[in-house]
Design a protein around this ligand. Structure first.
Ligand code: SF4
Length: 434
């Protein structure tokens, strides 16, 4: 994509160039968002644990063992977590024993970079390469194998992009790609073509303004989803500017943020961020979760802070082979999410991005997951299982064959126990049902 303006992407070296961790409110009026301000020297930072996400016993032990020179205050800072993210084989090998396959894959990493926050690394098994959290973020050689039907942009997002950084596929809503940066890169990322340091996507003020102008000019757009990359890796002032610019558009009814931050960088959920987000209600958040191991005390605290701020929370989970493709794992994940006040929202069939075959299950497996949940747990714990149609057809929901047909004016249905029931349909034209 063409880059016309000053870059506002978060630099891995300094994710908070404005020093937004400082206690004063960031500017919220557009005139304050000048290039000078964006790139001004950061004010002195003051760190305090007050109001921050707690540090669990597990994190404390990990900190002592692998970052003995860091303080708990530093660990609790999202800036510290990003600055100290793991990006090299040497760094990760201090923490886990890499297999030759993993080592080779990390050394070959060219497209989707390798990056894991120290916090998320603390959830990985040091010895088991098949452990769910480890598999989702540590590359293996399989991601370099291209299978039939795979593509860099399987959802054809770039063909539905009227201006750079904006995807307009459905009539009344748009996807706003805010940044190409994530604090941790998932190896099955649908947008692996555009996230990371080496990608062609770099957001800019000019690009944002083009996208905002497009939304202003299209009154049918009532719903804006901020995604990326991960929008919550942006500094507070950038988020504030973007949200206020979108909120000013009269026909935008709701704003949504898609993020994995509460799972990989819960320290980012600060009181100051909450004050900003609260200003832009109704604002919804879709949080990407993969496995129940992610539901740590830190992540639960982050979700509670968000929920206490009045933000409705939903989850998005990609069905991944050998990681979460069994009913017990998913049920446990969805129950834990509900306890953390996150409503399971979508279970996605994994998109056929290049090098994803080792992650992708069959569609039958996805239907089997819903079959194993529906009727066996509360409806609130059951997300929609969807396939995002390759080529840009949008999300298509799939269900087990509960609808079995019609006969003699009745609908034939089967329940979760595979028992057959008949529902009498009333037709005003033909009340007898004949
Ligand atoms: S957090 Fe989302 S955008 Fe970032 S790497 Fe993971 S799936 Fe991709």
């Amino acid at each position: 994509m063409k880059n016309n303006g000053p870059a506002v992407s978060v630099s891995p070296e300094d994710p908070d160039p404005l020093g937004t961790e400082a206690p004063e409110e960031p500017p919220s009026i557009p005139s304050a968002l000048t290039q000078d301000l964006l790139f001004a020297a950061p004010p002195a930072r003051r760190f305090s644990l007050a109001g921050r996400i707690p540090i669990s016993q597990r994190s404390r032990q990990f900190l002592r063992e692998f970052y003995p020179h860091a303080t708990e205050t530093e660990w609790a800072s999202w800036n510290w977590q990003i600055r100290n993210s793991i990006t090299t084989p040497e760094q990760i090998q201090r923490i886990i024993g890499l297999t030759p396959n993993e080592l080779d894959a990390i050394q070959r990493c060219t497209a989707l970079p390798f990056r894991i926050t120290p916090y998320y690394a603390s959830l990985m098994s040091a010895t088991d390469p098949s452990q769910a959290v480890r598999r989702s973020v540590v590359p293996v050689a399989d991601e370099y194998a291209l299978s039939p039907g795979e593509a860099q942009d399987p959802l054809s997002e770039e063909h539905h992009s009227p201006v750079p950084g904006l995807v307009h596929r459905y009539p009344d809503r748009v996807l706003f790609l805010t940044t190409g940066f994530c604090s941790t890169y998932c190896r099955y990322c649908t947008r692996s073509r555009m996230v990371g340091n080496n990608c062609k996507f770099r957001s800019s003020i000019t690009q944002w303004q083009q996208a905002i102008a497009y939304i202003e000019a299209n009154p049918q757009v009532r719903d804006v989803l901020l995604s990326g990359g991960d929008p919550l890796t942006m500094p507070d002032s950038h988020l504030d500017y973007l949200l206020s610019s979108i909120r000013r558009i009269p026909h935008v009814e709701i704003v949504r943020i898609g993020t994995k931050v509460p799972a990989v960088l819960p320290q980012r959920i600060t009181p100051k961020l909450m004050r900003i987000l609260k200003k832009y209600q109704p604002l919804f958040m879709s949080i990407h979760f993969t496995h129940p191991d992610e539901l740590t005390p830190e992540t639960k605290a982050a979700c509670n802070l968000l929920a206490d701020s009045g933000i409705p929370l939903g989850s998005q989970t990609v069905l991944l082979k050998g990681i979460n493709d069994n009913v017990d794992t998913l049920k446990s994940l969805f129950h834990e999410l509900l306890k953390a006040r996150v409503r399971p929202y979508y279970l996605y069939q994994c998109d056929p991005i290049s090098g994803s075959s080792h992650f992708r299950t069959t569609v039958e497996k996805g239907i089997e997951m819903i079959e194993g949940l529906r009727g066996h747990t509360s409806g609130y714990a059951i997300p929609h299982y969807v396939v995002d149609a390759p080529g840009g057809g949008g999300k298509i929901p799939l269900l087990p064959d509960y609808f079995q047909g019609r006969s003699d004016g009745q609908v034939i249905l089967r329940n979760y126990e595979k028992k057959i029931f008949r529902y009498p349909e009333y037709d005003a034209q033909c009340p007898s049902g004949v």
